[in-house]
Design a binder for this molecule. Structure first.
Ligand SMILES: Nc1ncnc2c1ncn2[C@@H]1O[C@H](COP(=O)(O)OP(=O)(O)OP(=O)(O)O)[C@@H](O)[C@H]1O
Ligand SMILES: [Mg+2]
Length: 467
């Protein structure tokens, strides 16, 4: 982009760092997963399950690839109570933009007059409602003609992909119906090459769908989207700050990489907060710096924002014996998965609980009452934190605790030093009491040790306290 167009159309902070929406301006290429996805998208009939941790970039990756391919798509979201009929209706509604409004399309299409009329006819039927007696609420009826086959035909006519987000959240029975529809879409590809379903799910959920039907095994591609590498997070930071024309020093950049814990969502959030706190809202011709205090404020803000979810669970866990140490062990460890002994040995002996008790506690941490923060893998017999967001939270929480602790010590030292300073400005506070002697004794010991270390002559192991 040349300078004139940059001045005319300044990039805005919220379009550069996008913690809650897909990345566009700071998008960094992920060659391996992008290439795999491109391959699957070019194979007619191949259905795709994309899975990975929340915040790993699944939606961003798919949307980017579909837009690059100029591929039309509709999207539906699942919640735990979503039924298959809800999904069918959501998908049907989303087709409105193609069949009724004829806008928002990536690729050109032409719809036969017959199918268009059929869509319009079904549309009025779909909007009829019925009262469900026991819940006393209105629900929409799925007309008998709106079958999954018909939906596949509506999609096929406009070369459209169906994105089903968070499929893992629905109940087992609804998952079975999704699996059935995936099979129908495989067949539809004989008439319409582009039509397909892409299911997006949480980490380790791809098998949940495929195992429901053996026929899906070879026709469904599983694509795992890993968390971003530290280098990829670094690239996002560089790209964003350069687009804003703002300096970021290496040390702050390293901190953002460390605390974001390989999650692009957190890196975007911290960078957004750093700029916002430094009153940077968009690109500017003159290079600017971020305020030195902004990093701590960004970390504080993340912890505050998560107080309802993570702080509550953190407080509950640290109230239990060994709780704080277990969390600290996971936070500190470079390894994602730890065995029972690895956890136990990292806990100081005086803070350790009995093995039995610890095993029970580790099992409890996998239950909903502890928000299932821990996972246990039977084959490796190792434990891991279920959410990388929780680990990122722990990194920040412990860092803030450490800062608070050292500030508290500093304040108490200062108070003490001021109180007992021989400097005349403090003489009105001067009291000879027990604290005075303790403090005097400490200073004396330090002086003797320092002079001993310098001359190499004096060694003091213990000095009797003055009273
Ligand atoms: N390749 C990328 N380059 C830059 N930023 C990215 C990239 N991928 C994802 N992000 C950013 O990471 C964050 C999370 O991305 P996204 O919403 O795609 O993740 P997700 O895996 O779909 O998460 P969820 O499972 O919670 O829906 C967003 O802030 C997005 O802007
Ligand atoms: Mg997503």
């Amino acid at each position: 982009m040349n300078l004139l167009s940059k001045i005319y159309k300044k990039d805005k902070l919220e379009d550069i760092f996008t913690p809650n929406t897909i990345a566009k301006l700071t998008y960094i290429n992920r060659s391996i997963v992008e290439k795999d996805l491109e391959k699957y998208l070019s194979l007619p009939g191949k259905q795709i399950i994309v899975y990975g941790h929340s915040g790993s970039g699944k939606t961003t990756l798919i949307r980017k690839s579909l837009n690059n391919k100029r591929q039309n798509f509709i999207k539906t979201h699942c919640e735990s109570k979503t039924t298959f009929d809800d999904l069918l209706l959501q998908a049907f509604d989303d087709l409105n933009k193609f069949y009724i409004h004829e806008k928002n399309s990536n690729s050109q299409y032409s719809i036969s007059a017959e199918l268009k009329a059929e869509y319009a006819g079904l549309s009025s039927k779909v909007n009829e409602t019925k009262n469900t007696s026991h819940e006393k609420k209105e629900t929409r009826i799925v007309p008998i003609q709106l079958t999954p086959q018909k939906l596949a035909q509506f999609l096929g006519e406009i070369n459209c992909v169906w994105l089903i987000e968070d499929f893992h959240k629905v109940a087992e029975i609804e998952k079975r119906r999704i699996a059935d529809v995936v099979k129908i879409f495989i067949d539809t590809a004989n008439d319409y090459k582009e039509v397909r379903i892409i299911c997006i799910g949480a980490v380790a959920t791809a098998r949940e769908l495929i195992e429901l039907d053996n026929n899906l095994n070879n026709r469904v591609a599983e694509l795992q989207v890993p968390l971003l590498s530290e280098d990829e997070i670094s690239q996002i930071i560089n790209k964003g700050f350069s687009l804003l024309n703002v300096n970021i020093d290496d040390s702050t950049k390293e901190k953002v990489v460390f605390y974001s814990n390989n999650l692009a969502a957190i890196a975007h959030q911290i960078c957004f907060d750093l700029c916002f706190d430094s009153e940077i809202r968009s690109w500017s011709f003159f290079k600017r710096n971020i305020k030195t205090t902004s990093f701590k404020e960004a970390v504080n803000s993340y912890v505050r924002k998560n107080s309802d979810t993570f702080t509550k669970i953190y407080d509950t866990i640290i109230r239990e014996p060994s709780g704080w140490n277990i969390l600290k062990t996971f936070e500190n460890s470079a390894k994602e998965m730890l065995s029972f002994n690895e956890i136990k040995n990292k806990i100081p002996k005086n803070k350790r609980i009995a093995d039995e008790e610890m095993l029970t506690f580790l099992s409890q941490l996998q239950l909903p009452e502890y928000k299932e923060i821990l996972r246990y893998d039977r084959s490796s017999q190792k434990y891991s934190l279920a959410s990388p967001f929780f680990k990122a939270f722990l990194k920040m929480k412990f860092a803030l605790e450490k800062t608070e602790h050292s500030n508290a010590i500093k304040t108490s030292d200062n108070r003490r030093n001021n109180k007992y300073s021989i400097d005349s400005s403090h003489t009105q506070d001067f009291n000879i009491d027990e604290d005075y002697f303790t403090s005097f004794n400490e200073i004396l010991e330090r002086l003797i040790l320092e002079s001993g270390a310098k001359s190499g002559r004096i060694r003091i192991k213990h000095t009797r306290r003055l009273k």
